[in-house]
Design a protein around this ligand. Structure first.
Ligand code: FRU
Length: 738
């Protein structure tokens, strides 16, 4: 009996404690729903005199709070400061749960104070106007008397804090875990990560055998069904355990749980808009061409690359080489982000005379580190550009006066026996000189008030070319997002350079290397042998207006074909022509050839080739005689078409691609793309088409227009239309390109 009674008591106490726990309801310390702060003490101006009804004036949309109000220190903008202090309370539960958002700087925070000490502190986990629920474990503080202080002591960007729904509870309600570590015991070479380009970025740090490896990665890990997979290569570490540390791990996100070690990485190369003869990255994102240099039979092409997603971010230098400018071999990533920042655009040189001391013939890369500020850094390779060692005393060029300070193009200037760097400095190009690639002295600045200035200047280049009458002139290239047809384009200047200063000839600027909407950030190869004598160029075949939105999946975007640049006359003055390198002609497989076709009004070739895989070339020579113009229309069975309208009265080419195929992703497709024509007795039109692009060269590249197209099947029909009077197609050739 006694014993039963004992068990009964024991049961009651266990059960009772449990029920007691459950019964201990949450204590709301603040829900900020009133029309004043009630018993909370308000200091300064930042929090106003009452909780905010969500978003304040000039603030981005505030979300994630409860009810209709919250504490928001954006009253008067970011510059105001202030503090909210709670009445004193007893820590009667195991956790303090709260919603927090705003800036994540050191001087915007919420703290729990016991006696004179702050015993807990919380910052918004991200710079975000969406509040997230965090939690403090206060089991060790139960029974203590405490206050909470919400502090905004920061001026300037993200100098505000958002707080709501502070409660004492026996349940940890936080939705996120900070610095959550996911560990894999594996000897496989890859971790495969499920990606969705529309998912928010997660900040992830790789750790190898417990040590931090590389800079943090920003990865758009798929929350739902993975759209595609990308690898984090881990074989180079030879480790037994690798882990991924998530700066902010959302407990209800199943994405990270799908990350898995793998022996292979098989990506889907053959997408419908994957070009067949243009360079595109194996997977992930690509923008500017970088570090182009020729050495020992190889053309190196490095490029702005995100290996962790098909949208811009995590800038690395990807790498490929070619021996013939037609086929490209993919090589491992050459430069990865470090504590100075991500790796932005730059160039590479061969240091024949060992001026830098890294070895005669070393390839030295000069690039921008994009970190807290933009600085110039160098790295060298003694294995033919395969692997690079970063210089121990980077950065080699810093100037705090410039926020936009980037894209160094370096070359050896034989006459002044020094290295010359052209660097984009906001809206000018600064020219520096160096004896050793390590110490740089500013020589001059070019471009103030000259040419197009609608956005910051990027990716300059400076090089000599021969004029048709045998003189040497220098050409300066500058890219900017204010092109003649909207968005990204590259302008050029022609002038003289003495090793210190570039002086542009007095001309009517801007002049554009390409009038299309898809040729940006192009620069030229260093060290092409003098025996070759060509100035070789490649550009990013895209536009920042839609670069991240083009309808591909595993990879995004391609380069133009390599082109040769020359100075030619347009009848009045020098212009810069760009024309596909002759190597590309070796890909030609003739399909159709016609001569001397007189087109009275309309002439149509229904089938350009019997098997059309979307990679081909058309070359036409049109003599307009007395016609006022002519049209070339390429179309497919789906009724999609692109129209090239040659208006000889106004001497303009208009490319209409409004109906060219898919257009919803890439915006502005309804606008006709214009280019000036140099009047001539005949127009030689060369069109290079490769699945998702059309490069149009007129009269050996005097007029160029490079554009993207997304037809649902290759255009296989050509229509020639004459306006005003008949035109003669002297010659027409169609080639498949293999
Ligand atoms: C040009 C650019 C460069 C920069 C790089 C970053 O497209 O904005 O100025 O170095 O892209 O990826």
């Amino acid at each position: 009996m006694k014993r039963h009674y004992f068990y009964f008591l024991l049961l009651l106490s266990v059960f009772g404690t449990g029920v007691g726990c459950l019964r201990q309801s949450d204590i709301v310390l603040a829900d900020f729903e009133g029309d004043n702060y009630g018993t909370w003490q308000v200091e300064g101006e930042a929090f106003g005199s009452a909780p905010a009804r969500g978003t304040l004036e000039a603030q981005m949309d505030v979300s994630g709070f409860e009810g209709s109000r919250l504490a928001n220190s954006y009253y008067g903008g970011d510059d105001t400061r202030g503090m909210l202090v709670s009445p004193s309370f007893v820590v009667e539960r195991d956790y303090v749960n709260f919603l927090i958002g705003g800036g994540k700087g050191e001087d915007v925070y919420m703290e729990l104070v016991v006696g004179d000490s702050a015993v807990r502190i919380a910052h918004s986990p991200a710079e975000s106007e969406r509040l997230m629920r965090l939690s403090w474990d206060v089991r060790d503080l139960r029974g203590e008397q405490a206050v909470i202080r919400i502090v905004d002591n920061q001026r300037g960007g993200w100098g505000h804090i958002l707080v709501d729904q502070i409660e004492l509870s026996n349940r940890d309600k936080s939705g996120v875990i900070e610095n959550y570590e996911l560990t894999f015991e594996t000897d496989q070479p890859y971790l495969l990560v499920p990606i969705d380009d529309n998912a928010p970025e997660m900040r992830v740090q790789l750790k190898v055998d417990g040590r931090v490896a590389g800079a943090p990665m920003n990865i758009r890990i798929a929350r739902g069904e993975p759209v595609y997979w990308l690898p984090i290569p881990i074989d180079r570490y030879d480790a037994t355990s690798v882990s991924l540390v998530f700066a902010l791990f959302e407990k209800d996100n199943p994405g990270p749980g799908r990350i898995t070690p793998a022996a292979t990485f098989d990506y889907e190369y053959a997408e419908p808009y994957r070009p067949l003869y243009h360079f595109s990255p194996p997977y992930g994102w690509m923008n500017d061409p970088n570090g182009m240099v020729y050495k020992d039979g190889e053309y190196h092409l490095y490029y702005q690359h995100n290996p962790y997603g098909s949208t811009w971010g995590n800038m690395h230098w990807g790498h490929a080489v070619s021996r013939d400018l037609r086929h490209w071999e993919y090589l491992p990533v050459a430069l990865a982000p470090d504590s100075l920042g991500t790796i932005f655009s730059g160039s590479a040189v061969v240091d024949h005379d060992n001026t830098a001391g890294f070895g005669a013939g070393a390839i030295v890369a000069i690039y921008t580190s994009d970190g807290r500020m933009q600085t110039q850094c160098i790295a060298y390779s003694t294995d033919g550009g395969r692997t690079f060692t970063k210089y121990a005393h980077n950065p080699v060029l810093v100037d705090a006066a410039y926020r936009d300070f980037r894209d160094p193009k370096v070359f050896w200037h034989a006459t002044s026996r020094q290295w010359v760097m052209v660097l984009a400095t906001t809206q000018t190009v600064s020219i520096y000189g160096s004896p050793d690639l390590k110490t740089w002295t500013k020589q001059s600045e070019f471009g103030e008030g000259l040419g197009a200035h609608g956005s910051v200047w990027e990716c300059p280049d400076l090089f000599p070319l021969q004029t048709p009458d045998g003189r040497t002139k220098w050409v300066m290239l500058v890219s900017l997002n204010d092109g003649p047809n909207g968005g990204s384009a590259t302008q050029y200047f022609i002038g003289d350079f003495d090793g210190r200063t570039f002086r542009a000839d007095p001309r009517s600027y801007p002049l554009w290397i390409d009038h299309g909407r898809a040729n940006y950030a192009g620069v030229t190869w260093n060290d092409v042998p003098a025996s070759d004598g060509r100035r070789l160029f490649i550009g990013w075949m895209c536009n920042w207006e839609y670069g991240n939105l083009t309808p591909t999946c595993n990879f995004r975007n391609a380069m133009t074909v390599p082109r040769e640049l020359s100075l030619v006359s347009d009848g009045h003055q020098l212009v810069l022509s760009s024309y596909p390198v002759r190597e590309l002609e070796q890909m030609r497989v003739p399909q159709l050839s016609q001569k001397d076709v007189t087109v009275d009004t309309v002439y149509r070739i229904d089938e350009l080739m019997s098997v059309n895989d979307g990679a081909y070339e058309l070359e036409l020579s049109v003599v307009p005689s007395s016609a006022s113009g002519f049209d070339l229309v390429l179309s497919n069975a789906e009724g999609e078409h692109i129209d090239l309208h040659f208006d000889l009265n106004t001497a303009r080419l208009g490319i209409d691609h409004a109906q060219s195929g898919k257009a919803e992703h890439v915006g502005n497709f309804t606008k006709v793309i214009e280019a000036p024509l140099t009047p001539a007795g005949h127009y030689k039109v060369r069109l290079l088409i490769d699945r998702a692009s059309m490069e149009c060269f007129i009269n050996e590249g005097r007029t160029v227009s490079t554009n993207l197209i997304f037809p649902t099947s290759p255009y296989n029909t050509l229509t020639v239309k004459a306006a005003g009077a008949p035109v003669v197609v002297k010659q027409l050739d169609v080639y498949a390109l293999k």
